[in-house]
Design a protein around this ligand. Sequence first.
Ligand SMILES: *Cc1c(COP(=O)(O)O)cnc(C)c1O
Length: 500
Amino acid sequence: MLSKETLDPTDWPAFRAQAHAMLDDMLDYTEHLRERPVWQPIPTEVKEGFLSPLPHQATPLAQLHARFLTEIAPYVIGNAHPGFMGWVQGGGTPVGMVAEMLTAGLNANVGGREQIPVAVEQQILIWMRELFGFPMSAGGLFVTGTSIANFIAIVIARTMQLGVDVRRDGVFGSGQLLVAYTSAGAHGCVSQAMDLAGFGTAALRQIPMNQAYQIDLHALANAIEEDKQAGRQPFLVVGSAGTVDVGAIDDLTGLAALAKQHQLWFHIDGAYGALGMMSPEIAPRLAGIEQADSIAFDFHKWGQVPYDAGYILVRDQAHQLAAFAAPANYLKREKRGMAAGSPWPCDLGPDLSRGFRALKTWFTLATFGTEKLGTIIAGTCALAQYLHHYIKSDPRLELLAPVNLNIVCFRYVGNHEKAATSTTEQQTHNQLNAELVIQLQESGIAAPSSTTINGQFAIRVAIVNHRTTVSNIDQLIAATLRIGTQLENTVIPNHLTGLS
Ligand SMILES: *Cc1c(COP(=O)(O)O)cnc(C)c1O
């Protein structure tokens, strides 16, 4: 039976009214974000509401939107909220939000072909070449996030080391034992990428860090020599521009020199830190980044672009093509018509169909300008220093790692001795601080996360959100001290009396 039905509205005026209401609700939500808790526990009934069977019949959009407002919007993790300081997550912006709406309206598939969305993505590449001091030969690609961008870099490095035949023969076809290097402070996704690329995580040497939590260059040089002596083939070193635990930046110039000396691919995981290039204060600390063979970073962290917007920048696009393009396809493309414009984004990475992530990024960079974005980035670091100085001034708190950028690791020690040395004392501190972090999150006031620094449980505050201000840090401090005191006096007093 031939049907005239489509999925477009039958009553456009009614749909238009509903759509405007949805936009207004979301603007209200963002405008009044500060009045909400950062996060709140999810009631069981709400969770169970998402266990229903497949909907065979229609439900009115207005009804589903009402559910969105009561059952979805209140129970997100809260990274848009100024009190969110957990992990490393961006806040997004209203500009990014409306750009996403335009993107969805166009529904462009940016795998390739002759269309301006491809040119917009190219525009971002031109901007990134300039930002990072990369040459005209550089290529780039939007991906979900830095995890995948790091993976893509490893695949390119592998192809450069073993030649394009590796794409047919696989890594073991070469008979070489390839090894790679990164710091012990590198993000876990680097190790995962080695796994995914077929090398296995054991082929990644995790080099110890120095006092500043940077990769120890002497230990790295020794490890490379050792592997060479043993007949293994070093091919890649991954530097960090902003480690996830403490925000350390490796000595990128030193790494570039070592990589050159040993002919290693030099990749940088700059997931959040790389965009520090937009701040004149922070850029000098990223010196050496311009020498990388590839950089992975996220616009969705310090760039404040809504999720997701990861990016891989490669010094020489030819290397990217060698690793990913199917030459039979991309060399035979048309010179005119819709199939022109080769190479296409799909030739530069594993995705064929791809969304238009470039649009929200283009709007964000152009609406605010890099000066403003750089000021926001530097501002998060200034807040970290503010918190750092407070911690130094209050004996009830103890700093656990140097504050390099926007991340502060500390713990509550209360009125007890800081240098808890015995294992039981350590455990007590760790327990109290673990509970403290959970209570902070449940309070809805401020939401830090946690990490372990030299065996010590740390409250980890990562300030990434452009909305976070001094008053949010003051609230965090007040809540930490209040909850810390309560825990000391009530929850585990027996453990702690042994401490004083
Ligand atoms: C966030 C982060 C990653 C992972 O990036 P995704 O975008 O979450 O995939 C990798 N490395 C560092 C240093 C990060 O901060």
